[in-house]
Design a protein around this ligand. Structure first.
Ligand SMILES: NC(=O)c1ccc[n+]([C@@H]2O[C@H](COP(=O)([O-])OP(=O)(O)OC[C@H]3O[C@@H](n4cnc5c(N)ncnc54)[C@H](OP(=O)(O)O)[C@@H]3O)[C@@H](O)[C@H]2O)c1
Length: 426
């Protein structure tokens, strides 16, 4: 059989890893693919950069890879627009398979790109776009299909998970831990997309699309980052038997699909609570088939290259399914649950003035909104200083809790906007 020709655009962390692994294990990979795998061209910004491996067949213009003789174009440049989008679109239009790790591109343009791939009967594969080395895309697209998946809950951003884990271990504040994470290379110089929840949102949108049989739908997702989480919240969480994680949650509810990214309280003994440092974790409630839990390295050269290469081997073997598990014409339109409808217990923290009647005022506002309190802690009484009041509520709708907090924030007894964090059962 003719060799399967691979063009790689982007030779950074992931692209370099892919080139090195194919060079090192080409024979075994070719045997698995049933065809010889051959890198026919590579491209990056800087032709002269030392990359720690032999760079052969360098092409200055990455777009040229879309019209060369490659069977698959592997897009590892990144970014939802610009050269990455142009390259993927052109390669698909030219009838080439595409493998990418680009969650931002797929979360935004997934449907249109899947349609292009389908028209040309080529693969559009993105295992590496979500959870690095954990094979969760294939699992949700092909394996857990017999019963209706009810929910996925996941930790998908290593930077946030590292920061929250370090805050818990050291008692340090968010800003200090972020600075250390940047020095150690665990956080980008501009960490906004990670700590603000945007990166998790991109990945969650892809998983939700696979689970609910829809195209990715970022527009109906609520996204909140970890910037406002304090060392005190983490401490109080542990007093209640919980840990704080940045969770992506997509689940069926009677009112529609809820998709949200937010810091969440997770029971300390649950598997997700024990995903530490830069690890990722995904909990799938697969209905009658039961819950499944996956964890492992969600980023870095080898885990991500591992996922990219699995896609390349499948494309070479001719084993590919529609990008989102079903033909584009059969993708449903996601029916989002109304904003604020999510019901769960809530952790609430108030920084209040230590004056009589404050607690009664908070309790009245909560009660007026129909929110009842399950337990409470009050701490800190240095003269002239505020007092932290922390409460756990019974099940309550997000909109009801927000209404109560707005009323409480409008009084002159609180020193800062109250903090609310959802509590997840698992
Ligand atoms: N790093 C991870 O752990 C990880 C995990 C999952 C998914 N991903 C995704 O994988 C993709 C690549 O990430 P990465 O971490 O490997 O990025 P990276 O290390 O920054 O590498 C990016 C590569 O793209 C090249 N490049 C950038 N702009 C270009 C342009 N205009 N024209 C040609 N080449 C250009 C760079 O060239 P030079 O080398 O010459 O500068 C570099 O080789 C992204 O979509 C990312 O979200 C990464």
């Amino acid at each position: 059989m003719t060799p399967f020709k691979i063009a790689i655009a982007g030779l950074g962390t992931v692209g370099g890893g892919v080139a090195k692994a194919i060079a090192a294990r080409g024979d075994d990979l070719s045997a698995r693919a049933g065809r010889k795998l051959e890198i026919c061209a590579v491209s990056a910004r800087d032709a002269k950069k030392a990359r720690g491996f032999e760079v052969k067949n360098f092409v200055a213009d990455p777009l040229a890879l879309a019209s060369g003789d490659a069977d698959v174009v592997v897009e590892l440049i990144g970014g939802e627009e610009g050269i990455a989008r142009e390259l993927v679109e052109t390669a698909l239009k030219n009838g080439k398979h595409v493998v990418t790790a680009n969650k931002a591109l797929l979360a935004k343009h997934g449907r249109a790109l899947a349609e292009l791939a389908e028209k040309k009967d080529v693969a559009l594969k993105f295992e590496a776009a979500v959870a690095g080395g954990i094979p969760i895309v294939k699992t949700l697209r092909e394996s857990l299909v017999a019963y209706e998946v009810q929910a996925v809950k996941c930790i998908l951003n290593g930077t946030c998970n590292y920061i929250l884990t370090e805050m818990e271990a050291t008692g340090a504040g968010f800003a200090d831990v972020l600075k250390d994470a940047q020095k150690l290379g665990y956080a980008e110089a501009d960490p906004t997309l990670d700590v603000g929840g945007g990166d998790t949102a991109h990945k969650l949108a892809l998983l939700a699309g696979l689970v609910f049989g829809t195209a990715p739908d970022l527009a109906s997702m609520t996204v909140e980052g970890i910037e406002h989480i304090t060392a005190a919240d983490i401490h109080f969480a542990s007093e209640f038997g919980y840990r704080i994680k940045l969770l992506g949650v997509a689940r069926r509810t009677p009112l529609g699909v809820e998709q949200k990214v937010s810091p969440s309280m997770v029971r300390a003994r649950s598997p997700l609570a024990n995903v530490d440092g830069a690890q990722n974790g995904v909990m799938v409630d697969a209905g009658a088939a039961g819950p499944f839990f996956f964890s492992g390295r969600g980023a870095g050269e080898a885990p991500t290259a591992s996922a990219v290469i699995s896609d390349i081997v499948e494309a070479a073997a001719g084993a590919f399914r529609p990008a989102f598990g079903r033909p584009v014409a059969q993708l449903a339109t996601l029916k989002p649950a109304p904003a604020g409808a999510g019901i769960c217990p809530w952790y609430l923290r108030f920084e209040v003035l230590d004056v009589p009647g404050v607690l009664a005022g908070i309790a009245r506002c909560l009660s007026d909104a129909g929110v009842s309190i399950e337990s409470m802690i009050q701490r800190g009484r240095a003269p002239g200083e505020g007092v932290a009041i922390v409460m756990i509520t019974h099940d309550a709708a997000q909109s009801a809790v927000e209404k109560a907090l707005n009323a409480i924030a409008a009084t002159d007894k609180v020193r800062a906007r109250p903090c609310m964090i959802p509590m997840e059962a698992a």
